[in-house]
Design a protein around this ligand. Structure first.
Ligand code: ATP
Ligand code: MG
Length: 422
């Protein structure tokens, strides 16, 4: 019996990696423009880190984490998101001493035990960015602009929805209003919401069930309960977005799936991915750094789901076929293969992509291989040519062929192959 990959864990195959690289390159380039620096954190952490930051009553911590005891009995978890690890590293290495706002990004796999569907996997990838140390609303707006710019530069569109979740000063009053509202709806709610209602009422608004959602349409709005500071902050965020001409919609039901959010939250939504409508999401988490044992500093971040970006790109027209490139060394016979492997090695050393045949195939079959690989040139080395100290260089684009002296400067050939098709 053959062993397959784990359910929800997916191979990214060679013909998919080009679009992945493009997404990653654009993401890195755009966040770099906003002054974000890369940080790479481990994919596993002590379980307590996530329980403490994401929140005990969130879907992620309650039912989605890959948690296990290691050989020493310590409880470890594969990271379900990036923020907790980046903040842990920020505190652990005292990165706040470096500058007023510490801007960090990381790119990599995350793990959540969810039901796999199109655009929803158990191992998936995120671009995760955090801006730590500033609480100005301008920063919130700039982060949303940055997320939108990543999509824009990939030629993609998504709509921006924003909300404010208030702060520990205004949240309790809203919680009371929400609890009062939920009191007489008790019977009608799903089991999860019954539990959430008691433990963390805000969480009910995040329920994916349509029956519950129908009830919540009449629920009180957090925006009616913001304290003056939070209301001013939210207003300024909206003004800044308008100043940058970034369209957005206020959605006062958006609570997000993590407990640590305060004030601004936002989501980037698309209608092209069915139920998996969110391509990115984030928000402010002003108490989190302190909660993780660090200094009392505010912060804000977001994550973009790379699988969903890749899927959105795939739904547009196919990319044009790449132009022919590189050189195929078609050596015929053992002696020629010996010469060929030397030539190939020296050419690669000069930055040329060179492929060859290893099986002693016929010339016809080697020409076919070169064609399939999209090579621009084929260097044919046969006994006859070798005896004259030359090879036959065939241009696969023009179909012209010329003899090529093997004593010639390799650099000339290297340059010619490298610049072909530019
Ligand atoms: P959803 O509502 O789709 O479950 P979420 O609110 O759990 O998303 P976040 O934790 O905010 O998502 O993560 C940010 C982004 O990461 C999402 O907008 C999405 O693009 C992506 N993402 C989250 N979970 C998955 C997953 N299981 N598979 C693929 N991408 C995911
Ligand atoms: Mg989720």
């Amino acid at each position: 019996m053959h062993i397959t990959a784990i359910k929800g864990f997916k191979d990214i195959l060679p013909d998919e990696t080009a679009v992945w690289r493009r997404v990653e390159t654009v993401a890195r380039e755009v966040v770099g423009r906003f002054g974000f620096q890369e940080i790479r954190v481990p994919i596993m952490e002590k379980t307590a880190l996530f329980a403490r930051s994401i929140g005990e009553t969130t879907d992620i911590v309650e039912k989605e984490m890959y948690t296990f005891a290691d050989r020493n009995g310590e409880s470890l978890t594969l990271r379900p998101e990036g923020t907790a690890s980046v903040l842990r590293a920020f505190v652990e290495h005292a990165l706040h001493s470096q500058q007023p706002v510490c801007k960090l990004f990381t790119l990599g796999p995350m793990f959540r035990h969810e039901r796999p569907q199109k655009g929803r996997l158990r191992q998936f990838h995120q671009l995760s960015v955090e801006a730590l140390g500033a609480d100005q609303p301008e920063l919130d707006a700039e982060l949303m602009a940055m997320a939108a710019m990543v999509l824009d530069e990939l030629g993609l569109r998504a709509s921006l929805e924003i909300n404010s979740l208030g702060c520990p000063r205004c949240r309790p009053a809203f919680n009371r209003a929400l609890l009062a509202f939920l009191e007489n709806k008790r019977e009608a709610l799903c089991d999860d919401c019954q539990r959430r209602r008691l433990k963390n009422p805000l969480r009910v608004l995040d329920c994916k069930g349509s029956a519950c959602q129908a009830h919540y349409r009449q629920a009180p709005s957090i925006l009616d309960h913001l304290c003056p500071d939070c209301a001013r902050h939210f207003e300024r965020v909206r003004d800044c977005l308008a100043a940058m001409a970034i369209p957005f919609k206020v959605n006062h039901f958006m609570v997000r799936g993590l407990d640590y959010y305060t004030r601004t939250t936002f989501e980037l939504l698309t209608d092209t991915l069915g139920a998996q409508g969110a391509v990115g999401a984030g928000g402010r988490y002003d108490g989190l750094i302190k909660q993780l044992g660090g200094p009392e500093l505010p912060g804000i971040g977001f994550a973009l789901g790379l699988e969903r970006l890749v899927l959105m790109l795939g739904e547009r027209e196919a990319e044009p076929a790449p132009s022919l490139s590189g050189l195929f060394v078609a050596a015929l016979g053992e002696q020629a293969r010996g010469v060929g492997i030397g030539l190939a090695h020296r050419l690669r050393g000069q930055g040329v992509k060179v492929t060859t045949d290893y099986a002693g195939a016929s010339l016809k079959s080697q020409m076919k291989q070169a064609g399939r690989q999209g090579c621009r040139y084929v260097l044919i080395l046969g006994d006859e040519e070798l005896a004259k100290g030359e090879g036959l260089l065939r241009d696969m684009a023009s179909r012209e062929q010329e003899s090529f002296p093997l004593s010639a400067e390799l650099a000339v050939l290297a340059r010619r192959v490298r610049t072909a098709g530019e």
